[in-house]
Design a binder for this molecule. Structure first.
Ligand SMILES: Cc1ncc(COP(=O)(O)O)c(C=O)c1O
Length: 382
């Protein structure tokens, strides 16, 4: 294609996004000036700026430098990585952990390394994009089953008798904020000999006193269950991990391409995440605060309470969601605006996240504003 041909193609794609109301931007919202109340980020426990977490990042930076400088398998593994893995095991109750450079890479690594020849992958239809991308990257047959539908999963597993099946779900879903029927999933996967991969990105720090939804439900230690996690949400840092039995770690370390062919997690991020994991392990009140603030938001906004920090307010159109989000920003409150194609059910919504470090009064005031503004724009678009 000639240069002008590419220009025309880019213009056509941009016009299509405009027509669909799905243009994305990356505004700088935290550069000083008017402080905004943040109900949009994933820093659920407020640990990203916690002095203990920041000090741990500084310490690792000073000791090891700005980069791990190589793959973990070459010279990129530092003591801080092993310390972090131990802290994640202590937090979740899992016997072993392998840290990746992002949660996205952890999902790619887990699903590709556990599938391969003779395997098939089944994903909950609402599973995070990284799990879907992992399924594609595996080059193995893959399909979805209806969201949280155990009967549909059972049918799909029966149809795949004779295959090694890997099932991928989230514990608490990232956009709608609802939770998976984990006990049933564990049971049906065990009965069919399937491996269950549970992405606890939104469960750790919030459910089970901060130790995750598997912990809350007494499912830690269930055989053939692997956990993936991000360090960039409740743990206020950056990076990801796969947790489970020791042979799983050993297998991933040897075969997971996003681990082998990627530079190790930056020391500062590893140090910060280790400190955050230790804080969450020692203090279940953080998870309790985030949940009570989440309950306030759902009650004031008149929506179904969700299992996690994320509260989801459906809007009538993508434009109504954008307008409500901009209006709230002008009034000092940041909320997320999710529109197709980033929403699993095609419904545009405001995504409002509770935080542990906001006072009940701050949360209630912000929730009343969110309720008023979302009602207004839903009505305006109707
Ligand atoms: C459920 C889920 N899994 C994985 C990820 C990816 O994590 P990270 O941002 O650490 O790459 C996210 C991030 O949005 C997520 O919500």
């Amino acid at each position: 294609m000639s240069t002008s041909g590419w220009d025309a193609w880019l213009t056509e794609r941009a016009e299509l996004r405009c027509a669909r109301g799905t243009v994305r931007t990356d505004p700088v919202l935290r550069s000083g000036g008017l402080p905004l109340l943040d109900l949009a980020s994933n820093d659920y426990l407020g640990l990203a700026c916690d002095p203990r977490v920041v000090a741990a990042a500084h310490e690792a930076l000073d000791r090891y430098g700005a980069s791990a400088s190589a793959s973990r398998l070459v010279t990129g593994t530092l003591p801080v990585h092993h310390d972090l893995e131990a802290a994640l095991c202590a937090l979740t109750g899992q016997p072993s952990a392998l840290v990746f450079s992002t949660g996205y890479a952890a999902n790619l690594g887990a699903l590709t390394a556990l599938s391969g020849q003779g395997a098939q992958i089944l994903l909950d239809a609402h599973a995070h994009a990284s799990l879907h991308d992992a399924a594609r990257m595996s080059r193995m047959p893959n399909d979805t089953f209806a969201h949280n539908d155990i009967a549909a999963l059972e049918v799909a597993l029966r149809e795949r008798r004779g295959y090694r099946v890997v099932v991928g779900v989230e514990s608490i879903y990232s956009v709608l904020g609802d939770h998976a029927p984990l006990a049933d999933l564990v049971e049906v996967c065990a009965r069919h000999g399937a491996m269950l991969v549970v992405d606890e990105a939104h469960g750790i720090g919030v459910a089970g006193g901060g130790r995750g939804l598997l912990f809350e439900l007494g499912l830690v230690g269930a055989p053939d269950v692997v956990v993936t996690a991000t360090l960039s949400k409740s743990l206020g840092s950056q990076g990801g991990a796969v947790l489970g039995a020791e042979p799983i770690r050993e297998h991933l370390l040897n075969t997971a391409r996003p681990f082998i062919f990627d530079t190790g997690l930056a020391p500062a991020s590893a140090g910060a995440a280790r400190a955050a994991a230790e804080i969450v392990s020692a203090d279940a009140s953080l998870a309790a605060s985030v949940r009570s603030n989440a309950a306030t938001i759902s009650e004031v906004c008149g929506i179904r309470a969700s299992a996690g920090a994320v509260q989801s307010i459906p809007m009538s159109t993508p434009d109504a969601a954008v307008a409500a989000c901009l209006d709230l920003r002008a009034r000092g409150v940041l909320v997320g605006c999710f529109r197709p194609p980033s929403v699993p059910d095609g419904v545009s919504r405001l995504r409002v996240t509770a935080r542990a470090d906001l006072s009940p009064v701050e949360v209630a005031e912000a929730a009343h504003l969110v309720a008023e503004v979302s009602r207004h724009y839903r009505g305006a678009a109707a």
